[in-house]
Write a protein that binds this ligand. Structure first.
Ligand SMILES: Cc1cc2nc3c(=O)[nH]c(=O)nc-3n(C[C@H](O)[C@H](O)[C@H](O)COP(=O)(O)OP(=O)(O)OC[C@H]3O[C@@H](n4cnc5c(N)ncnc54)[C@H](O)[C@@H]3O)c2cc1C
Length: 391
């Protein structure tokens, strides 16, 4: 088996892996991207992605933004706690940005990035390439993969894992910390009697948060349900599902009148410690998989990709240092604060509001109202959600 050599080999061509591949290609860094699946048309993923304004800026620089077929802006986020007094409203004006965020569809983003990579001359982008074995030495990392029934091998100064989190088990010294929330996210496109007007709703309940993200004329729903109820909720007929949602969410966005196909995703917190090892860096979900509350996962993963590509690009005059201990240490240091903040923020939100203790929830509600009266505090929260921990 012959071994092809690159500066960077990337295992996993989801949106985070593709973002890194696009930037490295633009910087003429020899990179191989290996994606297990075939063309994304065959794998429709229905989950909505709320992208921050900061992510928009990155996607614009990658040339992806203009290719997205549907982008719905978020101008306001309405946060409330079901059954308790108190709410907070975040606005784009208060945060000092044109829009707080945007809702796109995972599949559309994936497909647009895929098309851009395919049309980028000279990009080494291999589909149907399932990575199976990783080996790292102080000098290089080697990847074995299967493609079209053939076994192949590639080596690089740096191996980047963007596969969502399976392959790192083969890397010595990387351990995952994991917590199952015993919750699932039920996602669907829904319509209400009042067309959406750029407001995203995040409603906390003791079962978990429910998000209504403006999408087209209606909303993309992300409804957190207990693991034991998910089968039953997914099996409801449309009318009974809409009534259950109405009862759970309330009537602030109007009456729910239509639902599209529903899908379920199990929810967990999983993060690698450390997120780098000899000749290896983890990015996106391979580094941290978060609860979807507050829509942080992809935004954080995109910042991983951006920071890593910047770190690699600064070494273009000394490419032998790509994947060196010094480079990886610097990357890990720069990402630590943002990653820890993302984990802490989403994990706290996912847990605090599910504590079924009325006095405690009354205080949470008061907390939301106090936040609403403090514009500098709201600006602080909003800017960290938009640009990461450094605000
Ligand atoms: C219901 C839900 C709603 C969400 N909403 C939001 C939101 O609003 N905002 C937000 O920022 N985030 C959100 N997220 C999180 C977001 O979806 C993830 O953070 C994002 O998809 C991570 O992208 P990724 O490229 O790191 O990983 P993935 O999307 O998991 O991609 C990994 C890729 O690696 C490939 N792969 C796997 N194994 C191999 C292998 N052995 N060899 C080669 N390739 C391999 C896979 O085929 C896949 O294409 C949500 C998540 C869920 C579940």
């Amino acid at each position: 088996m012959t071994t092809d050599r690159f500066d960077v080999v990337l295992a996993g061509g989801g949106p985070v892996g593709m973002a890194l591949a696009l930037r490295l290609h633009a910087r003429a860094i020899p990179t191989l991207l290996l994606e297990a699946q075939g063309v994304p048309e065959q794998a429709k993923d229905p989950r909505p992605l709320a992208l921050s304004y900061g992510s928009r800026l990155i996607l614009q620089r990658l040339g992806v933004w203009a290719r997205l077929s549907q982008i719905t802006p978020i101008n306001k986020i309405h946060i409330s706690n079901r059954g308790y007094f108190g709410r907070t409203v975040l606005t784009s004006q208060e945060a000092g940005v044109p829009e707080l965020g945007y809702v796109v569809n995972y599949h559309d983003l994936h497909h647009s990035m895929h098309q851009l990579l395919q049309s980028s001359r000279g990009a080494n982008y291999q589909l149907g390439a399932m990575v199976s074995k990783l080996t790292t030495t102080p000098d290089e990392a080697t990847v074995e993969y299967q493609q079209h029934g053939e076994s192949k091998c590639a080596a690089a100064k740096l191996l980047v894992l963007a596969d969502g989190g399976q392959l790192a088990a083969q890397i010595p010294n990387i351990r995952y910390h994991a917590h199952e929330y015993q919750q699932w996210a039920v996602v669907a496109n829904v319509e209400t009697t009042i067309p959406q007007s750029g407001i995203a709703y995040e409603r906390f309940t003791t079962d978990g948060p429910v998000a209504l993200l403006p999408s087209g004329t209606g909303y993309a729903l992300v409804w957190t349900v207990p693991a034991q109820s998910v089968k039953e909720i997914l099996a409801l007929n449309d009318q009974t599902f809409l009534s259950a949602l109405q009862c759970h969410f309330g009537d602030r966005p109007g009456k729910f009148i239509h639902t599209g196909k529903r899908s379920g995703f199990p929810l967990s917190l999983k993060y690698a410690v450390p997120a780098t090892a000899m000749r290896t860096a983890l990015i996106g979900n391979a580094s941290q998989t978060l609860h979807p509350v507050a829509g942080q996962g992809f935004n954080l993963g995109l910042r991983d990709a951006w920071e890593l590509s910047s770190e690699i690009s600064t070494l273009s005059a000394t490419p032998s240092k790509i994947g060196s201990q010094g480079m990886l240490h610097s990357y890990e240091q720069k990402r630590q604060l943002d990653r820890n903040a993302g984990k802490f923020f989403t994990d706290s939100l996912a847990k605090i509001f599910t504590i079924d203790f009325p006095v405690f929830q009354t205080f949470c509600g008061i907390g939301l109202s106090v936040l609403d009266c403090l514009p500098p505090a709201k600006r602080f929260v909003a800017r960290r959600m938009i640009f990461g921990a450094r605000g």
